[in-house]
Design a binder for this molecule. Structure first.
Ligand SMILES: [Zn+2]
Length: 265
């Protein structure tokens, strides 16, 4: 099952957030969309607290987040108050929230000055931010630079996608998720639903591969390329470091034959 991340998009609608050289609510949304895109590249599922310029009160944001049952939570904000640089808030409890904060912080620090990982608490000692305190999954709040620093705002306008990539890379590292392979071995070839003499030959080849221990995946008994064959094709594509597109073409057959020959020699 794919890992899931809830992306809180700070402010929105009548709540513009902080504003000076840029308006916080605009860049939280832009950055969140970019984070989502980078997470998709890792095969990580996501849910955004908003996708338009609308109000979302904190209670419904927390409820939405917990209902989604994410593995991790990131809440995207920008700072104000006369400083400069990135900072990230983690839970006082530590744990995975702390790891996530540290992983994101070290990615951001490669591209933008960081004020570091911080905690903020209520008088009671529990976390100040509801998105950290009230969510079931480990959560961090990201302040991606100051909207009232001209230098930061210029960086954000130019590089919010780089910030987003740093956030996504830190998330992926925390989840132990590696980027899926992007190289395609065959664009055309046998795929699910095929029922030809060639697809039967492919099945036989895959069966041999399984019998001699090259592949662990089995296939079904009919003569089409079905779920079992598809699983075997994708298993081998993954093993060879190619994108698992379920297609076994000329290159696939060549590679599989070579591997079988190597193994039986
Ligand atoms: Zn904010």
């Amino acid at each position: 099952m794919a890992k899931k991340v809830f992306i809180g998009v700070g402010h929105g609608g009548s709540d513009g957030g902080a504003a000076k050289y840029i308006v916080e609510k605009e860049y939280t949304l832009k950055t969140a969309f970019a984070v989502a895109e980078y997470l998709s590249g890792y095969g990580i599922d996501y849910k955004l607290s908003r996708t338009q310029d609308v109000d979302t009160d904190m209670d419904s944001k927390v409820t939405m987040c917990n209902a989604y049952r994410p593995d991790l939570v990131v809440d995207i904000h920008f700072n104000a108050g006369g400083g400069s640089g990135f900072e990230v808030y983690r839970s006082v409890v530590g744990g995975v929230s702390k790891t996530l904060a540290e992983n994101i912080n070290s990615e951001v620090a490669k591209i933008f000055p960081s004020r570091g990982v911080k905690t903020r608490t209520l008088d009671s000692g529990s976390d100040y931010f509801a998105i950290i305190r009230e969510t079931s999954a480990p959560s961090v709040l990201l302040e991606g630079g100051f909207v009232d620093s001209k230098k930061d705002a210029d960086f954000i306008k130019e590089n919010y996608k780089k910030l987003a990539k740093a956030y996504a890379d830190g998330v992926a590292k925390t989840l132990g998720v590696n980027k899926p392979a992007v190289n395609v071995l065959d664009k055309d070839g046998y795929k699910e639903g095929d029922s030809t003499i060639g697809s039967l030959a492919l099945k036989e080849l895959l069966l041999i591969a399984k019998e001699i221990g090259i592949s662990t995946k089995g296939m079904n008994e009919n003569r089409t390329v079905g779920d079992g064959t598809l699983a075997a094709v994708n298993f081998l594509l993954g093993k060879w470091g190619y994108k698992q597109n379920g297609i076994a073409g000329e290159n696939f057959i060549k590679k599989l034959k070579a591997e079988i020959v190597r193994k039986v020699k």
